[in-house]
Design a protein around this ligand. Structure first.
Ligand code: FAD
Length: 374
């Protein structure tokens, strides 16, 4: 089949790599002139590694990743609120985003990636789909995969009435070198009224950090926030937070408002399929956005290999729509609880968190691992 993939992010490149292996003629169209990932670090759950089975890509990701076995939550004094042991018999990893993208890209035929190709719209017909670009001639394919992220142009063509929801907080992110964390296999979040700070170990004593602060949607205050503001705001936090912020360079701090997508009823529109953030953008609280994009890619490639065309798209829809809706909802809920600034709510939340057995917390995320891959 002749397939267009719109967007060379984590989802688009993964699906391109897998479909090319299955013998399809795939072209990847990326609006930017270069492939690069905006972001510092990323978590890739065992749900993705498991679905890749013994594919070489799993090995590549494992080589570039730091194993994480525990998620800890503490308050701003460092007092533990809960510790979640991640599922055994699987490997959860953290990576530098750019190294994840490069690892995936190394499995895609380089001549099939067209940078500087911004897709404006697509036109579905019964047996073909035409992709229209800003500066290039339109081209016709058997299938178009919209992997063009939260503000997807492909989605705007096929499902124009979808809604992107701002979640009320903005996130700073950065990457620092030479940090000796007490435990290199534990990612820690510190929850407080001032904001939520995450300290995430990466390979080779690097650390990815993030800070989520409540903010009105068009708030401009945080646009001018830099390292000194963050240091001042979090100077009552435990040593490891202060050390990481001290080591952050003045530049290179990223800032993104957090949105998710109102769950769609379908990802399949005739000859066009949505995948990744274009289909189900979620808040980062479960660390599953990119992981789910990769799962979509694996499932779609498997279905196209296993079933006839119509059945394959039907099966993809069945396996992915309901599951990712659950991820969006759960992740949004965690964000609401974690970002609360109400004194009484925080008091009750922290008291409850200390008492909930770890096994119960782990059970809450079990569904992430329980999905079929075709
Ligand atoms: C603060 C934060 C932290 C996160 N942490 C994690 C985490 O720890 N783990 C995790 O799994 N996920 C995490 N995520 C989510 C994750 O980043 C996304 O879910 C993931 O990047 C989605 O991948 P994608 O390929 O679907 O889309 P994208 O990464 O958005 O890629 C889309 C690509 O399409 C291109 N494009 C867009 N429009 C067009 C067009 N019209 N024509 C051609 N090309 C186009 C873009 O340039 C881009 O290259 C986080 C997100 C945020 C904001």
């Amino acid at each position: 089949m002749k397939i267009a993939v719109v967007g060379a992010g984590i989802g688009g490149l993964t699906v391109a790599a897998l479909l090319q292996e299955h013998g399809h003629e795939v072209k990847v169209f990326e609006k930017n002139q270069e492939l690069s990932e905006v972001g510092a670090g990323i978590g890739i759950g065992g749900n993705v590694i498991d679905k890749l089975h013994n594919h070489d890509l799993a090995k590549g990701i494992k080589n570039a990743g730091q194993i994480i076995d525990t998620l800890a939550i503490a308050d701003n004094s460092g007092t533990a609120l809960s510790k979640i042991k991640l599922k055994r018999n699987t490997i959860n990893l953290t990576l530098e985003r750019q190294s994840l993208l490069e690892t995936i890209q190394s499995y895609v035929q380089s001549s099939s990636i067209y940078t500087g190709y911004q897709v404006l719209s697509i036109e579905n017909e019964a047996n073909k789909v035409t992709v229209h670009f800003e500066k290039h001639e339109a081209e016709t394919f058997d299938l178009c995969i919209g992997a063009d992220g939260l503000h997807s142009s492909v989605r705007a063509s096929v499902a124009p009435n979808t809604k992107v929801n701002y979640q009320g907080y903005t996130v700073f992110r950065g990457l620092v070198n030479d940090v000796q964390l007490k435990d290199a296999n534990t990612a820690t979040e510190y929850w407080s009224k001032q904001g939520r700070v995450g300290i995430v170990p990466l390979l080779n004593n690097k650390v990815y950090w993030f800070i989520a602060i409540n903010a009105k949607i068009h708030n401009t205050e945080y646009q001018t926030y830099g390292k000194p503001h963050l240091q001042a705001r979090f100077n009552n936090f435990p040593n490891e937070v202060r050390e990481v912020l001290d080591k952050q360079s003045e530049t290179g701090i990223l800032l993104h408002n957090i949105y998710d997508l109102k769950p769609l009823k379908t990802f399949v529109y005739n000859r066009t399929v949505l995948l990744g953030d274009a289909a189900h953008a979620t808040t980062p609280n479960l660390g599953q956005g990119a992981g789910q994009a990769m799962e979509d890619a694996i499932v779609l490639a498997n279905c196209l290999e296993t079933y006839d065309f119509d059945q394959a798209l039907e099966r993809y829809d069945k396996l992915r729509v309901k599951h990712t809706k659950k991820i969006i909802k759960k992740s949004r809920k965690i964000g609401k609880v974690a970002q609360s600034t109400q004194r009484l709510f925080i008091k009750v939340r922290n008291a409850i968190a200390k008492r909930i057995p770890n096994s119960l917390l782990a059970r809450q995320t079990k569904f992430i691992y329980k999905t079929k891959d075709k």
